[in-house]
Write a protein of this length. Structure first.
Lengths: 114, 113
């Protein structure tokens, strides 16, 4: 079974541009999580979905960030407009339950905003 | 406000010796703790976990210790191997509450041959 698939692997963009990160969770997993990794804050939970419905978006830093899950096999995280401080690695993860040990991560998207 | 803290950004040990990675937490509602391991250019993978009803959990070369009164946990790797070189993240959740997994900032472990 394929793991969590994220695209693109790397994204370089200029400040002010729109950025869209994509994620395909593992088939059959009902929970999908978006995390951001920075040196200062480690792995921060941005938002998570259960059965395609956003459950907790309290980690989304500001209105420039939005996430959608139109179906069970696809999710997007959008940043509009992007800023240099958004530069980080963004991970998508999925699980059959919200409990940590069954969380499977994708390889991440390295975002650089110039 | 960092609820899960890993105060050592990096650690270097010799192959065959013990590696001890530390983690502190502030939220007394946390009752489940995990360690994840991350290699470069890969996502984190689950390593070992412990419930607050226990003070120790062992899995092969990896042992996690929990000291609830001190709000402290540690991961011991014995013996350390070069393939253990990675970033280790400590994480915690309050399972009866939101089930959100809160991660620390990570510790980079380098095992020298």
């Amino acid at each position: 079974d394929a793991g969590v698939i994220q695209s693109p692997r790397h994204e370089v963009t200029e400040m002010g541009q729109e950025v869209t990160l994509r994620c395909k969770p593992i088939s059959g997993h009902d929970y999908l999580f978006w995390y951001r990794q920075t040196m200062m804050r480690g792995l921060e939970l941005l938002i998570y979905f259960n059965n395609n419905v956003p459950i907790d978006d309290s980690g989304m830093p500001e209105d420039r960030f939005s996430a959608k899950m139109p179906n069970a096999s696809f999710s997007t995280l959008k940043i509009q407009p992007s800023e240099p401080r958004d530069s980080a690695v963004y991970f998508c993860a999925s699980s059959r339950s919200p409990q940590g040990e069954k969380l499977f991560f994708g390889s991440g998207t390295q975002l650089s905003v110039l | 406000d960092q609820q899960v803290k890993q105060n050592s950004p990096s650690l270097s040990v010799q192959e065959g010796r013990i590696s001890i990675l530390n983690c502190d937490y502030t939220n007394s509602m946390f009752d489940y703790f995990l360690w994840y391991k991350k290699y470069p250019a890969e996502g984190p993978t689950f390593l070992i976990s412990i419930s607050s009803i226990k003070d120790k959990n062992e899995d092969g070369r990896f042992t996690v210790f929990l000291n609830k009164s001190a709000k402290h946990l540690s991961l011991h790797i014995v013996p350390s191997q070069p393939g253990d070189s990675a970033v280790y993240f400590c994480a915690a959740s309050a399972r009866g509450a939101t089930n959100k997994l809160i991660f620390g900032t990570g510790t980079l472990l380098a095992v020298q041959p």
